[in-house]
Write a protein that binds this ligand. Structure first.
Ligand code: SAH
Length: 219
């Protein structure tokens, strides 16, 4: 990857500070989430041609018909996942660019992430090493199945929308653990949190969202 000059770095820090201010004004209050997003360079998670737009509060294309979520959504999902305090083990379904994974890795003990599009996964892994992040385990697989061998997880975050919550993922949630997941049909979904209690699941709808669909086959 191309080296960027220190002038660019200063400009990016200024754009990140601006973005963090926007997130705060939109209601994100977890200071750890804001701090981590304020020091994570979103520009390296998109194609260089789009890097000047990396700190706009919008979703951006990452190829293969997929998108890097809007920063507000990344912040909202992360904040919702962490509402009960810091987490040791987190599962993410839908690595995509790896931006959300990186934010999670800076806030949790260990992050397991699954992606079904191999070139996206490989690129994301290069970004993790470029940033010197070592607490991410990544797998090329179908996220509907989760990653049972390494569960249960205190947190599960899904960044593509199924029409129903996958049973396999519910099974891999630890008691007291929480899942944040968009659920619905193409383009119109609800962001839902599911908390696993000793005798079942508690669900709460957060807001309307628009994610790419969670699809079954690997490519
Ligand atoms: N969190 C990502 C958002 C990526 S978009 C980011 O920060 O960039 C959602 C991703 O979910 C896409 O990369 C898509 O390929 C992936 N995905 C969709 N269905 C999947 C499945 N069944 N298993 C694993 N990944 C899946």
């Amino acid at each position: 990857m191309k080296k960027r000059s220190s002038g660019t770095r200063v400009a990016s820090q200024r754009s990140r500070d601006w973005l963090i201010q926007q997130l705060y004004e939109e209601g994100i209050i977890n200071s750890e989430v804001l701090k981590v997003m304020g020091r994570t360079p979103r520009d390296i998670f998109v194609d260089e041609a789009l890097s000047s737009r990396a700190y706009e509060n919008t979703a951006l294309p990452i190829g293969f018909g997929q998108t890097l979520s809007q920063p507000y959504i990344v912040a909202r999902m992360t904040e919702s996942l962490l509402v009960g305090g810091p987490l040791q083990k987190v599962l993410e379904v839908g690595t995509g660019s790896g931006y959300q994974t990186t934010v999670l890795a800076r806030l949790a003990g260990l992050v397991y992430t699954i992606e079904r599009i191999k070139p996206l996964l490989i690129q994301a892994q290069m970004r993790f090493s470029q940033l010197g992040i070592t607490n991410i385990r990544a797998k090329y697989a179908d996220g509907f199945e989760g990653w049972p061998a390494c569960g249960p997880y205190q947190g599960i975050l899904v960044t593509a929308a199924p029409t129903e919550i996958p049973q396999q993922l519910l099974k891999q949630l630890a008691v007291g653990g929480r899942m944040v997941i968009p659920v619905g049909t193409t383009k119109v979904q609800s962001l839902i949190t599911v908390t696993k209690t000793v005798d079942g699941f508690e669900m709460k709808t957060l807001e309307r969202v628009s994610f790419v669909p969670l699809v079954g086959d690997k490519i």
